[in-house]
Design a protein around this ligand. Structure first.
Ligand code: ADP
Ligand code: MG
Length: 310
């Protein structure tokens, strides 16, 4: 990809994190993850690109380490596992305070081709096919992991991370490159506690590192997460069909992996707990933003969603 670095540098320097549309180079937020913010930038030559901003780094060494892990993760997914990723690149720039900011640049998909949008307008009889399409891709990861004991790769298979384009499914969520070499996590997961209020870091370390990260390496739990997100995506009515579709897949195409089937109850219980953790987390971050921007008059570099509908 041929990215205009100067433009991105100007964008970052002129960015108003609280009001991106009022930035020197105007931008619109097209997606919030739990960690990253995804922009489209209104400037010549970049309108068909999605920009994912990660303001997590303090030093060049940290961003270099992250870059190496990010590049290798993309390579593993594309070349070793055979997932389709959108054409992509990355750019590291320096913000006004001299800190490195990492941008992932991807070809942008139309909003209505993203998995969440497709799920939101799906009819109950389409759910089985949608789930099956995703699981055929996920199966490639399970296959790889089984054949490579020393190298284990995790993806976040939830619907919001897939784009449907023609007959292909593209995986877009590469900002959390999780893979373990001989059991050692290559990503410094502590980075993701950075955006957290300092008064919460210890409790998040407990949840985040031990629970959220491990979850992605456990096929059964990732499947529970996949269907539990139907609640978050405002389609609780599709949960029973989703559970049935997953179990059907596990009993046929994925029988060799011997993964325990799901129950509706565990999906429901999981959602309640997960939604609680993240809404508490977001609420605490807002308190933190208030303290830092209003009371302490400091810089608040992160961008928070106003309200995540659950
Ligand atoms: N290439 C893309 N084109 C269009 N929208 C995208 C693209 N990548 C991400 N998005 C939107 O932004 C959201 C968050 O992006 P994602 O990469 O999943 O970040 P996170 O790791 O924070 O979840 C996605 O669910 C999607 O709605
Ligand atoms: Mg995502």
């Amino acid at each position: 990809m041929n990215i205009d670095r100067d433009l991105l540098q100007k964008f970052e320097r002129g960015l108003d994190p609280q009001h991106p549309e009022r930035s020197a180079i105007p931008a619109r937020i097209i997606g919030y993850g739990e960690i990253t913010t995804v922009f489209e930038i209104d400037a010549e030559g970049v309108r068909d690109l999605a920009f994912k901003r990660l303001p997590l780094f303090n030093t060049d060494a940290e961003v270099e380490r992250y870059t190496a892990v990010f590049v290798e993760y993309n390579r593993l997914l594309e070349e070793e596992i055979g997932l389709r990723l959108p054409p992509h690149d990355h750019v590291v720039i320096t913000n006004a305070r001299g800190r490195p900011v990492f941008y992932i640049v991807q070809q942008k998909f139309p909003a209505d081709s993203m998995g969440t949008a497709i799920l939101q307008r799906a009819t109950p009889d389409q759910v089985g096919t949608l789930v099956e399409h995703v699981l055929h891709q996920v199966c490639k990861v399970w296959q790889f992991n089984r054949q490579h004991q020393h190298l284990q790769i995790a993806i976040d298979e939830t619907f919001s991370n897939w784009a449907w384009s023609g007959h292909d499914l593209f995986y877009v969520d590469t900002s959390t490159p999780l893979f373990r070499v001989n059991g050692v996590e290559q990503l410094d997961t502590e980075l993701f506690l950075r955006s957290a209020p300092s008064f919460l870091v210890w409790i998040l370390r407990l949840f985040f590192l031990h629970d959220v990260v491990n979850r992605y390496y456990d096929p059964h739990r990732v499947l529970v997460d996949l269907i539990a997100n139907f609640y978050k995506d405002q389609r609780p009515d599709l949960v029973p069909m989703g559970v049935r579709a997953v179990n059907e897949f596990l009993a046929t195409h994925a029988r060799e992996f011997d993964i325990a089937p799901l129950t509706e109850k565990e999906v429901r219980d999981y959602y309640r707990e997960d939604a609680f953790i993240w809404s508490l987390y977001l609420a605490m971050r807002k308190v933190d933003r208030f303290l830092r921007t209003r009371l302490l008059r400091g810089e608040y570099p992160y961008i928070l969603p106003e309200k995540i509908v659950r």
